[in-house]
Design a protein around this ligand. Structure first.
Ligand code: DGL
Length: 278
């Protein structure tokens, strides 16, 4: 490796998710930071994380992150999974003290606090994210007076994985999950999609909630946070060329590539993905 390539700013950004969902974050990063190189790992063998207990999520997250770090020296780790971010971030930060470790919770909370006008926010997430309360804490750090309700929407993950992004089934599930939120006396005006998969169902969710509800997700604000951290630490890749993505999955690369294409918004083929064991 040449001296230039060896310097830190040319190193890739590591990014992992429990599966393909984190590609919504990768997509935002590719738009904002096209010169960067990315190593993306989807832990498809163990998906979903969102219904697991905390210690299992922490150990899976550590293994996924270690697998990336053992493949290549990275300059930053992005935890593109809301569940892993909400449960495993402190452990990941102490495991990798030499690099910034960025999660999606704080950026998502920031997006919601920016969007709300009436100070009432509904968080839709996985069971583990709701149980951990990380979004509620992050929102209250930014606005201690905000009223937050959280709702686990477990089926949304499977619907997105199946590619059922619109139609009767998705809308029926959304109506049921959102019933209490929509009928609340103090109705929130902002819906935070606190799970990587939920932005794919945004059209159907928007149809169910109707006009006047802000729908936000953490993908864009996470990409903003990554951009700020890279710039602040002099770690942005100065290359004038387009970077690339090295994809890894722990199981069924064909399904990972096919479903990943929805999330990434561009065609991904099986040959683009390395099958890895962790
Ligand atoms: N990636 C997870 C999240 O954002 C959703 C899928 C899962 O449960 O593993 O919470």
């Amino acid at each position: 490796m040449s001296r230039v390539q060896a310097s830190r700013e040319y190193r890739p950004i590591g990014i992992f998710d429990s599966g393909v969902g984190g590609m919504t974050v990768l997509r935002a990063l590719l738009q904002r930071l096209p010169a960067e190189e990315y190593f993306f790992l989807g832990d498809t063998a163990r998906l979903p994380y969102g219904t697991k207990g905390s210690s299992t999520i922490i150990s899976y997250s550590l293994q996924a992150a270690r697998r990336i770090v053992n493949s290549t020296p990275i300059k930053m780790l992005v935890v593109a999974c809301n569940t892993a971010s909400s449960v495993a971030l402190p452990t990941l930060r102490s495991e990798f003290p030499h690099i910034p470790v960025v999660g999606v919770i704080e950026p998502g909370a920031r997006a919601a606090v920016r969007a709300t006008k009436n100070g009432r926010i509904a968080v839709l997430a996985t069971e583990a994210t709701v149980r951990g309360g990380a979004y509620v804490d992050a929102i209250h750090k930014l606005d201690p007076d905000a009223r937050v309700v959280s709702q686990a929407c477990t089926l949304f993950v499977s619907l997105a994985e199946e590619g059922w992004l619109e139609g009767d089934v998705v809308e029926a599930a959304a109506r049921r999950y959102l019933a209490n939120i929509l009928n609340a006396e103090e109705r929130p005006d902002t819906l935070l999609l606190g799970c990587t998969h939920f932005p794919l169902l945004q059209k159907a969710i928007a149809r169910v909630v109707g006009e006047g509800m802000h729908i936000v997700d953490s993908a864009q604000t996470t990409a903003e946070a990554v951009t700020e951290i890279l710039a602040g630490r002099g770690l942005a890749n100065p290359s004038p060329h387009q970077g690339g993505v090295h994809f890894m999955a722990t199981d069924n690369v064909a399904r990972f590539a096919a479903t990943g294409s929805y999330f990434l918004g561009r065609k991904l083929s099986e040959q683009d993905v390395e099958l890895v064991d962790i």
